[in-house]
Design a protein around this ligand. Structure first.
Ligand SMILES: Cc1cc2nc3c(=O)[nH]c(=O)nc-3n(C[C@H](O)[C@H](O)[C@H](O)COP(=O)(O)OP(=O)(O)OC[C@H]3O[C@@H](n4cnc5c(N)ncnc54)[C@H](O)[C@@H]3O)c2cc1C
Length: 504
């Protein structure tokens, strides 16, 4: 037995990040670790993260969460993708959906055939070749398995849920797995004089809680990673100038959509996230280009139902900690950085940080090479997501000062390379462990009206009639199951409707 093993882990913070970390560590390493989580009801949580991407299903599997039970407990709904309205030009819309679009043929991606078909007037809108988009537009949902034969995927989905209820749900799981929760406010942090490592934290009550590894999930303040260790922040607000979000919940109007909506406004954009008991809304904007009053008014003028609370403002600075892991502190969630929720990536970054932490789990020697590798991987994950979000902004044809600014700004080299390659050749390459696949980039590039000059020469191997047949057949096969699916609301009612007691 290795006697350098870490036993005592202290998680600081009980928002989505803290309870996800507690849930995952207790489910996977609970036999070896004593895990304590400290949270303060007085400080509270951000609690507005409500939309996710399909990878969350892997996380729920890891924590051994039953999917229907989870949806019932969190007032959840299903998400097939995101509809972007007014992002290219005002009046336009497109979807970035999960899952497959069309089907690749002879080693090249479907969209190379679609690009040729589009040039020759043979192809319909991209969404017609996506099962997810056809189902989303019809308001339908089902857990549809892959097409027999295995070449055509089933429905790929994620969730919308109430983040506060998700944290509560994970707390139940974690406590059953032995995590000890302490309610209280941390007022002191105590360090080892020799190496500067955190030794313990002191609560307002005077209680001292010691640990070997600390996971900082304290939100934007970064209690350990920043306020104590002064790790520093990489500021990306010159690329992503939005710095505020105004959030307000509303009553549902009509059947709930199985997708998120993102509506561009003169200095930012608005999310609409349908849950079982309400709709989450928020206006993300840049205070350099719009006042808070104006942004609030735009939000209140464009929500669909009656507001259920007063609007509240959340300030942020886009970027990431210079080091996600510093000494014996690992930051997760808002303590580690923030990229606006345009593609619902924050909860994913928490999940990703936890998975990487488990794979790099240290012993008491805290090998610097292990810490450096972890930090490199996290920075890479953040930077690739950052580029994808910037793409939505920079490729616009709108005319307001904010949109002109983001269109004309200097881009990160990594993004410039990707756009240039696509424009010149119609090709996209997913690098290393980049989160968003080529098909995601393609939908946003095309949706934002970036069109390549050409397509792959292999797409010319089909005759014009063969191409027309290929495109038509795919459209028919992909859309065929949709009429038989229940509506999203019916599916929820049949399988995972929340108890009225959970509503609120
Ligand atoms: C406007 C907005 C919209 C978002 N939308 C999405 C989305 O659609 N999808 C998505 O994936 N993500 C989204 N996110 C991100 C998501 O909300 C966060 O990633 C997630 O909620 C994690 O928050 P957290 O747990 O890091 O921090 P918090 O929720 O802020 O939790 C911090 C915790 O630390 C505790 N704490 C702090 N200081 C102390 C102290 N001194 N003593 C004791 N305890 C302390 C608090 O009590 C609390 O429990 C959004 C974020 C924002 C700001």
């Amino acid at each position: 037995m290795n006697d350098s093993r870490i036993r005592d882990v202290v998680i600081v913070g009980g928002g989505t990040a803290g309870w996800m970390a507690a849930g995952a560590l207790s489910a996977t390493m609970g036999e070896q670790l004593r895990i304590r989580l400290i949270e303060s009801d007085e400080i509270g949580i951000v609690g507005v993260g409500e939309a996710t991407i399909p990878a969350i299903r892997l996380f729920n599997g890891l924590v051994r969460i039953d999917e229907d039970e989870f949806i019932r407990a969190t007032q959840g709904s299903f998400k097939l993708g995101i509809e972007f309205l007014n992002w290219g030009r005002i009046g336009e819309s497109y979807m970035h959906v999960f899952g497959q679009i069309g089907q690749s043929l002879d080693l090249i991606e479907f969209w190379q055939y679609w690009l040729r078909g589009r040039k020759e007037g043979l192809a319909g809108p991209l969404g017609e070749y996506s099962l997810n988009e056809v189902a989303a537009r019809a308001g339908k949902f089902g857990r549809l398995p892959p097409h027999p034969g295995g070449q055509i995927d089933g429905i790929s989905y994620a969730f919308h849920f109430d983040a506060a209820l998700y944290a509560r749900f994970l707390r139940g799981h974690s406590e059953r797995n032995g995590v000890v929760r302490t309610e209280g406010k941390i007022t002191g942090i105590n360090r080892n004089a020799q190496n500067g490592f955190i030794r313990s934290v002191t609560l307002e009550t005077g209680e001292e809680i010691a640990g070997e590894l600390f996971i900082d999930c304290s939100g934007f303040r970064g209690l350990l990673i920043e306020q104590e260790l002064e790790t520093g922040y990489v500021d990306w607000s010159h690329w992503l100038p939005s710095d505020r979000a105004i959030a307000v919940p509303t009553a549902n109007v009509g059947p709930i959509r199985p997708y998120t909506q993102s509506i561009a406004h003169p200095a930012g954009w608005q999310w609409r996230i349908p849950l079982q008991h309400r709709t989450g809304n928020g206006h993300v904007f840049s205070s350099k280009f719009m006042s808070e009053d104006e942004a609030t008014q735009i939000l209140l003028d464009t929500v669909e139902g009656e507001t259920l609370a007063d609007p509240r403002t959340i300030q942020f600075k886009t970027g990431m900690r210079k080091l996600a892991w510093n000494r014996n502190v690992i930051a997760l969630g808002l303590a580690s950085g923030f990229i606006e929720p345009l593609e619902s990536t924050s909860i994913h970054l928490v999940q990703n940080g936890i998975a990487r932490l488990i794979s790099h789990f240290p012993d008491r020697h805290f090998a610097q090479s292990n810490i450096d590798t972890y930090n490199r991987r996290i920075a890479y994950d953040y930077e690739r997501i950052r580029d994808f979000i910037i793409l939505h902004y920079t490729a616009n044809q709108r005319d307001e000062p904010f949109w002109r600014h983001v269109r004309e700004m200097e881009l990160p080299q990594s993004l410039r390379d990707k756009i240039e390659l696509f424009k010149a050749t119609g090709r996209i390459f997913r690098e290393q462990e980049e989160l968003f696949a080529e098909v995601g980039w393609f939908q946003v590039l095309i949706g934002q009206n970036i069109l390549p000059e050409t397509y792959h020469p292999l797409a010319d191997a089909l005759t014009r009639d063969e191409l027309a047949g290929f495109l038509n057949d795919l459209k028919t096969i992909l859309a065929a199951p949709v009429p038989r699916l229940p509506s999203h609301a019916e599916f929820i009612a049949q399988t995972c409707a929340a108890e009225p007691a959970h509503a609120g």
